[in-house]
Design a protein around this ligand. Structure first.
Ligand code: 5AD
Ligand code: SF4
Length: 452
């Protein structure tokens, strides 16, 4: 009876297809890689078009209201696909934040899970396949366990993420993360290192260590500090670049700079979000440091042997922010000399302490302040990028711009470098090449490959 067996197999293949869409930060992007790996291990096949998928997953972000609105907009679009036998799952931060309310708003959704529950996905999938609806993974935010899986399906074959810290215990007044990703928990150093070694064996040359607060890392086995872990990852044979994000100024210790000094594979770049240059606003935000305290950490970084590139995040229009506070932020940008700054308009978020403060600054005024900072920062970068003119730097190939006959790559400082090469065949992705910088812009560098 070959025919029925075959058709059963065919049905199984067709029903076990999935499509996933990801919004939000690098943590979310990497969570999706782990979710994809888990689904594939459970016999699902990924498809690139939602029309072909039996299961549609949406990995969501709720950091600002705009991100959250996108989710509900997308869920409304899903409505059109209802009735085709498809199942829907909402994952990530909006799932954790809105919980079962998502079922009321979008009854065709069958599964709602926050990131702290992803390790229960195989069991939730079995229930989904059995026809259960209203399946939730929302109760695990206080867990000690990380979502540590051997089934990660990384999208880029040369550089990949490793989560070392999940969740956050900082409770900044504006931030939803402690409520969506739960209690802070670190992954054991030997588990991080063995994943790093596996990646190196598979041909990866760049590793980015991830956490909402990577530098508050506390090894559950008590073996290593964050700086020691950083150095150990940098010493894995075959690994040429190690990055880490995001660092919290409160936990930024001098030994991190010493590790960058000592281990050449640790990239000369630190992302250290300040959020505001005004001590009064930092206090209102519960950031637990002052402007001077932050600048002291910057002085450590500036004192390193290699020149370390610095980048930051800023929130404008936090409740009570005055013109003087804004000016304090602008002068801080100039004093530090950041190479990139990500500026956001303050967005009140549910459950956060700041939700009780009046959102006193109108949206147009927030937009104006954002513009003021971006213009001041552009001038900082115009000058700071110019220092690279004539330098030769190592660039990792990330893509090709055929229209311009240019190669697109990234420097160790995380800067985009567009360059030409004298060779008739363009260098392959993941290659490292020395490039001489011939032109500079406020956001990118242009150069030519140096023939060796
Ligand atoms: N409104 C605006 N920006 C925010 N961020 C975090 N929460 C908010 C909010 N409620 C910004 C911070 C953080 C970055 C990831 O997003 O600058 O560093
Ligand atoms: Fe968005 Fe924050 Fe969740 Fe990342 S952790 S997806 S930025 S809300």
């Amino acid at each position: 009876m070959a025919a029925p067996a075959q058709s059963r197999r065919y049905t199984e293949i067709v029903t076990k297809t999935f499509y996933i869409e990801t919004f939000g930060c690098q943590m979310n992007a990497h969570d999706s890689e782990k979710v994809i790996g888990t689904l594939e291990h459970e016999g699902y096949m990924r498809v690139e078009d939602e029309a072909d998928a039996g299961l549609i997953l949406y990995n969501t972000c709720s950091i600002r209201d705009k991100a959250e609105q996108k989710v509900f907009h997308r869920l409304n679009e899903y409505k059109k696909l209802q009735g085709e036998g498809k199942k829907f799952a909402v994952l990530g931060c909006v799932a954790q934040q809105e919980g079962e309310k998502i079922f009321d708003r979008a009854p065709y959704v069958s599964l709602v899970s926050g990131s702290a529950s992803y390790r229960n996905l195989p069991e939730m999938l079995v229930r989904l396949e059995a026809g259960e609806s209203r399946i939730t993974g929302l109760d695990d935010r206080q867990t000690e366990e990380t979502f540590d899986t051997e089934f990660t399906s990384r999208t880029n074959p040369h550089r990949g993420y490793i989560t070392i810290v999940e969740g956050c215990d900082k409770f900044c007044a504006y931030c939803v993360v402690p409520y969506t990703r739960g209690k802070e928990r670190s992954r054991a150093s030997n588990s991080v290192l063995s994943e790093g070694r596996r990646m190196a064996d598979a041909g990866f040359t760049e590793i980015q260590l991830l956490g909402q607060n990577v530098n508050s890392y506390r090894d559950p086995s008590g073996k290593m500090s964050f700086a020691e872990l950083l150095a150990a990852v940098g010493e894995i044979a075959g690994i040429r670049r190690v990055r880490f994000t995001t660092s919290h100024p409160r936990d930024f210790t001098r030994d991190i700079v010493q590790a960058i000094d000592a281990v050449p594979t640790l990239c000369d770049h630190v992302h250290l979000p300040v959020q505001s240059g005004s001590t009064a606003i930092l206090k209102a935000m519960s950031r637990e440091y002052t402007r001077d305290w932050y600048l002291e950490r910057i002085a450590w970084i500036k004192g390193a042997k290699r020149e370390i590139s610095m980048t930051s995040d800023i929130i404008v229009g936090f409740p009570g922010e005055t013109e003087q506070d804004l000016e304090d932020t602008a002068t801080l940008l100039e004093e530090v000399g950041y190479d990139a700054v990500f500026c956001f308009k303050y967005s009140p978020r549910p459950n956060t302490p700041a939700i009780t403060m009046a959102d006193s600054i109108p949206d147009e005024e927030k937009a104006r302040r954002l513009q003021v900072l971006l213009e001041r920062q552009r001038e900082v970068q115009r000058k700071s990028y110019a220092r690279h003119l004539g330098q030769v730097m190592e660039v990792m190939v990330e893509g090709h711009n055929h229209a311009r006959n240019q190669v697109v790559g990234r420097s160790s400082q995380n800067k985009t470098v567009n360059f030409t090469t004298a060779q008739p065949i363009l260098p392959a992705m993941g290659n490292y090449l020395p490039v001489r910088i011939t032109q500079t812009f406020p956001n990118s560098l242009v150069g030519e490959a140096v023939t060796v």
